[in-house]
Design a protein around this ligand. Structure first.
Ligand SMILES: Nc1ncnc2c1ncn2[C@@H]1O[C@H](COP(=O)(O)OP(=O)(O)OP(=O)(O)O)[C@@H](O)[C@H]1O
Ligand SMILES: [Mg+2]
Length: 326
């Protein structure tokens, strides 16, 4: 990920060697990452990985113990005021005022950001509309559902039209429909030119929204790259063959021989065959055809991000044990 150093012009967020300690805990232990302008970087990691710590440093809410970070060219340590003007933050812990209505919350933030009364009102109404909160605009936020509150929080982070948005687990605890709405809004923001740093524990979310991924665990980057690259790293594809007659699954597996490592999925009515090359793919399909099996469909898929995540975090654990043993 560091090869892009030379092209810093199109890098919206640039982090090098970031360290943050809390007593004995190294919340961040030398993190490097880049977010390209106009893209979404997904930062994936389990509980306690350091995601929120990273977002807090990049928002100038806390100071790192070592390392550097710039956002839109502004340094987190030396230019915090300029930096705050170009970012938006949706926290893991929503920051709306309970007693105020949705509209009042947005208006207040607009005023805090130096918008005129008129502009603050206009922007609040525009965002309420966009996040489907117009009907609830005059209700106090404490009467909002979790999903409405999250949408209000997202709207609040966008009032100042930030160039760079941090979304810290924006859909944790939301139902699937609300989660989809939030995803749609994030896509809209990116289409409007925002750069997004998204932390998440959901592989599906990262897969849906992120152009690139950084996987962190215990304060360290353990893997990174484009979604497809990460998947490819973990292993080959799986070929799924669906015979017209599900009764022949075992016969198909037998016909390919044990070396093919084919596994019959009787519930799904498919035969799963691990594939490492295009040649092998062609061979397997040809072999089944030659044996006279009637095939209703074939499909190939890369490993899921869950599998990628398990594989890379397992790897980092091993490395750590080796370091301890050394
Ligand atoms: N203010 C603090 N004081 C002490 N320790 C902290 C503090 N903030 C974070 N930590 C510790 O730093 C580590 C990283 O925490 P962080 O909140 O960044 O993780 P996270 O990836 O956001 O986790 P989650 O998915 O649970 O939100 C954890 O071990 C956490 O206990
Ligand atoms: Mg967190």
């Amino acid at each position: 990920m560091t090869q892009r150093d030379a092209k810093s012009a199109d890098t919206a967020v640039r982090v090098r060697g970031l360290v943050k300690r809390y007593g004995e805990t190294k919340a961040l232990d030398g993190v490097d990452l880049d977010v390209r302008q106009g893209t979404v970087l997904g930062v994936l990691g389990p509980n306690g990985a350091g995601k929120t710590t990273l977002v807090r440093i990049l928002s100038t809410l806390i100071r790192p113990d070592a390392g550097t970070a710039t956002v839109a060219g502004y340094d987190v340590l030396t230019q915090p005021r300029q930096l705050r003007r170009v970012i938006g933050l949706t926290g893991q812990y929503a920051s709306v005022d309970e007693s105020l209505s949705g509209r009042e919350n947005l208006y207040m933030i607009g005023r805090l950001l130096d918008l005129s009364r008129r502009d603050a009102r206009g922007r609040a109404d525009e965002l309420l509309e966009r996040f489907s909160l117009t009907d609830a605009a005059r209700k106090p936020a404490k009467e909002y559902s979790g999903g409405m509150r999250r949408r209000l929080d997202l709207a609040a982070s966008m009032i100042g039209r930030p160039a760079v948005l941090y979304l810290d687990e924006p859909t944790t605890g939301l139902d699937p429909r609300t989660r989809n709405e939030v995803w749609e809004e994030v896509r809209n923001m990116v289409a409007d030119g925002s750069t997004v740093l998204l932390t998440t524990q959901y592989m599906e979310e990262a897969e849906k929204l992120a152009h690139e991924l950084t996987v962190i665990d215990r304060g360290r980057v353990i893997a990174g790259g484009r979604v497809e690259e990460l998947k490819a790293k973990v292993g080959g594809r799986t070929l799924q063959v669906r015979p017209v007659d599900p009764g022949v699954l075992d016969a198909m597996a037998a016909a390919l021989g044990r070396g093919a490592q084919a596994v019959a999925d009787h519930a799904g009515g498919v035969l799963n065959v691990p594939i490492l090359s295009d040649e092998q793919l062609t061979e397997v399909v040809a072999a089944l055809g030659a044996q006279g099996f009637a095939i209703a469909g074939i499909d190939t898929h890369l490993p899921s991000l869950d599998e990628v995540f398990l594989a890379v975090t397992r790897g980092s654990g091993t490395q750590e044990r080796e370091e301890l043993a050394a």
